[in-house]
Write a protein that binds this ligand. Structure first.
Ligand SMILES: Cc1cc2nc3c(=O)[nH]c(=O)nc-3n(C[C@H](O)[C@H](O)[C@H](O)COP(=O)(O)O)c2cc1C
Length: 198
């Protein structure tokens, strides 16, 4: 199972698109959205998208992921859910987008929510913990927290576009970032061509 956390940073569509990509790839997905995450979903995707606070409903309305049998949703206060334990059958945790507050929690082991606990567990168990931090410009506090999570074994994938792939639409930029996240998870994809292939 891959845990996908959506926090209250800009770019919540990246979390939604990653969940769709993982389901499409046949993976089991557990999703946790923070309170601020729902606030940003309402802001960036519309109030209707956040109305029921259910990612499954949101995905159905987007009409892309039809088979939702592999999707599980947990409230961020469910400390007894499988992602909270080292024996919970979790392969990797991805926070996308990752707010600077969530980055700080992960950097300091401040596991006061299911999502931050899931990252804490992934790091202690030496499993993949991929953070997609979104802020600009960065303060020294942000950079020091990034340094701390890197030293603990996390992977940072800032949602920065590349221009060598000549993106023409926002969708092209999103696809590139989703491809980069899948790449860190060793999941084969066709979101971009590997460098050197035509
Ligand atoms: C519309 C909106 C956009 C935001 N964008 C960012 C952002 O890009 N990066 C960030 O670190 N915080 C951002 N914030 C602030 C976070 O939501 C806030 O710090 C919150 O406490 C994060 O909590 P969470 O990590 O539990 O989701 C944004 C808030 C709102 C309402």
């Amino acid at each position: 199972m891959i845990v996908v956390g959506i926090t209250g940073a800009s770019g919540v569509i990246l979390g939604i698109r990653l969940i769709e990509a993982l389901l499409e790839a046949g993976r089991e997905v557990a999703v946790v959205v923070t309170d601020a995450g729902w606030e940003v979903i309402a802001h960036e995707m519309g109030k209707d998208a956040a109305a029921g606070k259910q990612v499954a409903t949101l995905l159905k309305e987007r009409g892309i992921a039809n088979d939702l049998s592999r999707l599980k949703e947990y409230h961020n206060s469910e400390y007894s859910a499988p992602p909270a334990s080292g024996t919970g059958n979790v392969e990797a945790v991805v926070i996308v987008p990752c707010s600077m507050k969530s980055l700080a929690s992960v950097a300091h082991g401040y596991a006061d929510s299911l999502l931050h606990r899931a990252c804490d567990v992934a790091l202690k168990e030496r499993r993949k913990c991929v953070l997609v931090p979104r802020e600009t410009p960065l303060s020294l506090i942000h950079v020091e927290n990034m340094r701390a999570v890197l030293l603990s074994g996390a992977i940072l994938v800032p949602p920065v576009p590349a221009f060598y792939s000549f993106p023409e639409t926002v969708d092209d930029i999103i696809n590139f970032i989703i491809g980069k996240i899948l790449h860190t998870l060793d999941i084969p994809h066709t979101y971009f061509q590997p460098w050197g292939q035509d």
